[in-house]
Ligand binder design. Structure first.
Ligand code: URP
Ligand code: ZN
Ligand code: ZN
Length: 470
């Protein structure tokens, strides 16, 4: 059935204006004043913003990690995402050395099919570059539409790739039109610091942060950026947590390198002292990179404001406190790394960012949706409100107040790292390709309705365009 969204204020990365939206066959067909049509369902957005649905570029749903599996899967994770105003997720498909890439991708299709309630896509982890991988990658790009590759510079003996692999991935991505993503921490130095800490009997959660200091993130970020310059390639640094790393990205961009940076809500709102909570509660706040000293938060906010960091990912990788995080009691290295963020990514950026004057409303849309869709080959199908785009829309009440809590969240885990934080601004209704997923704050979607998205290749012109439009 056709729908018309009336009386709302449409907000894109560029504009804020009042207009109605007509939705036909899942797409935005007309934008204008006083729209109506026959057999049309009217959705009233009075007093609300109408944003393009959020695109979360960084999720780990049902991912084996740290001796367990992340708890939210493609069903619970995408339901929670939709509650939070996200209508597309791009999840990381893990690969194993020696295994055909297509097998790994099939594993990810098997776990997402019939489960996702919103659209989704995959990034591909690169664990090695050899003749077999080089032969398969162009096929993966063409047939699966997977156009972004992830290299881990940390997690020694688990996911970590060496510099040759990173460099060859950058060279290959340049040739094929892919975007290389890095988890930028120096895994070798961390490994040394961790062994030293354990040998000194330092086992509590805070040592997770103290053995991964900002210097190891800054060094790896700078190294990846330099190698990108050398390969004349393109790089996206995930989960930037500190001033040292943000500075390396800014420096690379000043040199003209095609380098982009993502941060996450936890680094903007929480700090290292959370890891010191008593009774092992610090384990709830174990991420890699770790939470940082509070002064880094302002640096990250300023970098978002100035365009030195461009996106916000959730890095959703959730584990229960009881039964999963507590695998690391007595040894911080056994605490599964990650947390439940997918649901609150957008509310936190709106409340802490727009409402507190740190970023503008249009920047907020760019950071949570438009820029991500552009970088990852989904724009303009996703990431904007324009005629012909998918009707992935969020009707957002900027005045709704809510206190974040595990008691009311929709993620499948037993705690929320933002417990007790008050946010102003909440999605009321969320549509995916014109169908209600959230209606009046209630889930009305259906597992399996989310479609797999094949993505376009990386557009190397976008850094220049971003400069011209600034
Ligand atoms: O601690 C984190 N970030 N867990 C998820 C995996 C990763 O490194 O992104
Ligand atoms: Zn990571
Ligand atoms: Zn991650």
């Amino acid at each position: 059935m056709k729908k018309v969204i009336k009386n709302g204020t449409i907000v894109t990365a560029a504009d804020t204006y009042q207009a109605d939206l007509l939705i036909v066959d899942g797409k935005i067909s007309t934008i204008g004043r006083d729209l109506s049509d026959e057999d049309v369902e009217v959705v009233d957005a009075k007093g609300c913003y109408v944003f393009p649905g959020g695109v979360d570029p960084h999720t780990h749903l049902e991912m084996p990690f740290g001796g367990t599996v992340s708890k939210d899967d493609f069903e619970t994770g995408t339901i929670a995402a939709a509650y939070g105003g996200t209508t597309t997720v791009i999840d990381f498909c893990l690969t194993n050395k020696g295994e055909p890439l297509k097998n790994a991708i099939q594993t990810w299709h098997d776990k997402s099919k019939d489960k996702a309630v919103i659209d989704y896509s995959f990034h591909l982890m690169i664990s090695e570059i050899n003749d077999a991988v080089l032969k398969e990658l162009p096929v993966v790009m063409d047939e699966e539409g997977i156009t972004s590759f992830k290299v881990f510079m940390a997690y020694k003996n688990v996911f970590q790739a060496d510099d040759e692999t990173l460099f060859r991935t950058l060279v290959t991505a340049k040739e094929l039109g892919g975007l290389v993503m890095v988890h930028a921490e120096n895994g070798d130095v961390i490994d040394y610091l961790v062994k030293k800490a354990l040998s000194e009997g330092k086992t509590e959660p805070i040592y997770h942060a103290l053995t991964r200091p900002p210097e190891v993130e800054g060094e790896a970020t700078g190294r990846a950026a330099q190698l990108t310059g050398l390969a004349d390639s393109q790089l996206y640094v995930v989960h930037v947590s500190c001033a040292e790393a943000a500075r390396k990205i800014a420096e690379a961009r000043e040199k003209g390198y095609d380098v982009w940076g993502e941060t996450c809500p936890q680094y903007l709102v929480l700090d290292q002292t959370y890891l010191e909570k008593p009774h092992f509660e610090g384990a709830k706040y174990v991420w890699s990179p770790p939470l940082r000293e509070k002064e880094n938060q302002e640096v990250l906010w300023n970098a978002l404001k100035n365009g030195q960091l461009q996106t916000l990912g959730s890095d959703q990788c959730s584990f229960d406190f009881n039964g999963q995080k507590d695998l690391g009691r007595g040894d911080f290295t056994k605490i599964p790394n990650g947390g439940p963020i997918i649901e609150d990514r957008i509310s936190l950026l709106f409340s802490e960012g727009v409402n507190k004057g740190r970023i503008t409303l249009n920047q907020f849309v760019d950071i949570t949706s438009t820029r991500i869709a552009k970088l990852f080959g989904l724009f303009p199908q996703k990431g904007t409100v324009s005629v012909g785009a998918d009707a992935d829309l969020v009707i957002f009440d900027p005045n709704a107040e809510r206190t974040i809590s595990a008691e009311t969240h929709h993620m499948a885990v037993d705690y929320n790292p933002f417990e007790g934080i008050k946010v102003t601004g909440q999605p009321v209704t969320v549509l995916s390709r014109g169908e209600f997923v959230i209606r009046d704050k209630q889930f009305v979607g259906k597992p399996g309705n989310g479609q797999y998205l094949k993505r376009e290749k990386y557009n190397p012109k976008q850094k220049e365009i971003q400069k011209l439009t600034k």
